[in-house]
Every structure is written in C-alpha cells, then in structure tokens.
Design a protein around this ligand. Structure first.
Ligand code: CA
Ligand code: CA
Length: 386
C-alpha cells in the first residue's frame, strides 16, 4: 500500500483547507462567488473529497475505440420527457451553490435506468483494451503544471497508480477535515474497489466505481451515449414530481420504507447498514423514481458533463429561462482554485442525512476529472432522434 503521507504531501498544494477558503477566493471572481464561498464554508466541506492532479495525463493512455454510429443500443434506457422545472435546493439543507432556484427547460432524452455496472464496464474494457486512470502511473511533468511553482517532485514511490478509498476511522480518532477519511491506495481500481486483495466477484451488477470523469466519458463515447448535463440529471431525478427534495418525494430518508443505499449510524465512525449494505449495492435494490430510474439517490455518486462553479445558478437566474443549460465554460472551485472540477450528483452509500445529504435531487458535489473514488460511478444519456 502506498504511504498515505507521501501522497498527502503531493496534493497538499492543491487541497486548500476549509479555513483557507475565504483567502483562496480570487479577487477577479465576482462578488457573488465570494459571498457564496464564504457562506458555504462548513457545508461544502461536507461534500469535499481530495483532488488528485487535476487534468494530468498519465502514462499508458489508451484512447477508447468509439462505437460506430448505429451500433449504440437503447436497451436499459428510459425516455425522459421534455419539460420545465425550477432547479435548485428545495429545503433548509440546500447549500449556497444550489441557489438561487431558477427556471430551466429541458428537451426529451434517454437515460440509463441504472448506474453503469461492473458487467457493462467490463464489456467496454474487453472490447477496447481501455485502461482507467486509476490503473495508470501519474506523470510528474503534467502534475506539476497544476501545483504552485517550486513544489518539489514527490518520491517515485508516490507516483504510482492509485485511487481514493474511504477509510473508516476508529471511534476515538478525531476527524478535523472530510479529506482525512480518504486515502490514496495503490492498486485500488474498478476491479479492486478496496485495493489489492479485493475484487468484484459476485458484484458484476454493482455500479462500477473508481472511474474518473475521463473514464466515464470514454465509456459513453464507446456506447454511443454521453454523460448527462446537471440540468438533465436533476430533471430526471425529480421523476415527474414538483419541488421534491428526494427522488421519491419529501418523506425523510430514514422514515417509512427503505429508500436508498446510504449511511445509517454516526458518520464516519459507525455504519449500522440498516439498509442492508455497508458499501455499494446491486443496482435496482431499491424502488425506482417516477420515471423508472434506479439509485438516482445513493449507491454511487454519478458524474455529469458539466464543469463546476458555485455561482453558475446565479448566472442562469440573471439570464432568465435557461434552455438545456450545459454548465459554465470554465470551472471554478473557491476551495481549490487551481483545480478544474466536474459536478457529480446523487450521493452515495457514504452519505448520511446529517452530514452531506447528497441524495437530495438538488445536491451538488465537485471532483477533479482525473480522480477515481470508491463511491463514484456514472450513468449515461442519449439524445432522442427528432
Ligand atoms: Ca448502506
Ligand atoms: Ca446513484
């Protein structure tokens, strides 16, 4: 296993602490952005995971073979109707970057009913020989472009293929920052979710994880599909309901019947798993939403196509009705200004209602596109022929 400390040294220049957040806001950013980052100081940390090396390319990069037009299958996809809705946070848990609520119009599209599974991702890898980012050795020349000038090169043993794995702390261990529960683990990848010694035997119908955004994008291209925009994702997650907090409606996650694979107990110390799963669950283990989509809440976070900015909703609101918005042109995360981030949605088996409540339909998280995590996967969408 890679020494955690050496990787932390490597990312230290990138991982700004919550305490430094306000200082990190660029003077060139708009006032609204600065206000957002200030108000968001604690809650956004709840959705933070450490970035890796931003958009660094890795050795051994192998481009996926893109499926020829006409070979794409609609099997397992649901037709999501066109419509208009109010996008953004619906309850008191809404974080500043989920506001202001604003009107969005979305065209009809097809969406995978489930997260992409290990079986589906294996078919892609078997067909193309694709190697995920977590399986490639990082290239220092690329990494240092994203770090403050003069950052020393880390030891060679730190530059190894790895991915982020959640590390449950001991009950008496004080956690000062959410990033402390994540560990870069050598040998962790989609076939080895917990690192060496782990595997996906018997889990072929679980969501594939440890896929970076670039891996998900490559899969989508091969499948003749694409990643959903944030607006498409949220519209679909609402399942035909209006102003709902969750895909199933407004009943609290812990009330009534089991609704999703999330975290029960005291995060991050005790996972009582009353939903039956400490980690990922087979897709379709819980009831679908009104459109027939499974696990839009929980199980694995899902990559979207959009770059992250905390003030993007304000930009859209200022412009009036937004039609098929595709995210900001450039990413900006006040907590890590040098690191581009893509938005992920839906929460995971690590989300607790009191912690990040990421399974709310409006909740947003951001991650650098070259970072894989053991709670993050994706699903695809496809345009409808008109
Ligand atoms: Ca669970
Ligand atoms: Ca999910």
């Amino acid at each position: 296993m890679i020494k955690k400390t050496s990787m932390i040294v490597l990312v230290a220049g990138l991982a700004f602490s919550c305490q430094n957040k306000d200082k990190s806001s660029s003077a060139t950013e708009t006032k609204s952005t600065t206000q957002l980052s200030t108000k968001d100081s604690l809650s956004s940390c709840c959705a933070e995971t450490p970035a890796r090396f931003a958009t660094a390319k890795k050795e051994g990069t192998k481009t996926a073979n893109v499926a020829k037009p006409g070979t794409s299958s609609d099997k397992g996809m649901i037709l999501i109707p066109a419509g208009q809705f109010t996008m953004g946070g619906n309850n008191e848990q809404a974080r500043p970057d989920e506001l202001p609520r604003h009107e969005v119009k979305v065209s009809s599209f097809l969406m995978d009913a489930t997260e992409v599974t290990n079986q589906q991702f294996k078919e892609f890898v078997d067909a193309t020989g694709y190697i995920t980012i977590a399986e490639r050795k990082p290239v220092w020349e690329e990494i240092k472009k994203q770090l403050p000038p003069g950052t020393p090169k880390p030891p060679e043993e730190a530059l190894v293929a790895s991915s982020l794995v959640f590390r449950q702390p001991a009950n008496d261990q004080r956690i000062n920052h959410p990033t402390e529960v994540w560990e870069w683990r050598q040998g962790a990848d989609w076939k080895h979710p917990q690192g060496p010694g782990s595997d996906i035997k018997g889990k072929m119908n679980h969501p594939v994880v440890h896929v970076a955004w670039e891996d998900a994008h490559a899969y989508a291209q091969w499948a003749g599909k694409r990643l959903p925009t944030e607006a498409e994702w949220e519209w679909a997650a609402r399942g035909g309901l209006k102003d709902n907090v969750y895909p199933w409606g407004n009943e609290k996650v812990e009330e009534g019947s089991l609704k999703t694979n999330n975290w029960q107990g005291q995060f991050p110390y005790t996972n009582t798993a009353t939903d039956g799963f400490t980690g990922s669950a087979p897709v379709k283990s819980f009831a679908p939403n009104g459109y027939g989509l499974y696990d839009m809440a929980g199980n694995a976070w899902e990559w979207t196509a959009d770059w992250y900015r905390p003030d993007y909703y304000q930009t859209l609101a200022d412009e009036g009705l937004a039609t098929d918005p595709k995210g900001p042109v450039q990413s900006y995360d006040p907590t890590e200004p040098t690191v581009p981030k893509k938005v992920t949605r839906g929460g995971s088996f690590l989300c607790h209602d009191s912690y990040c409540s990421g399974f709310r339909v409006a909740a947003r998280m951001r991650t650098s596109p070259d970072t894989g995590l053991n709670h993050t996967g994706f699903r695809c969408v496809k345009d409808v022929k008109r």
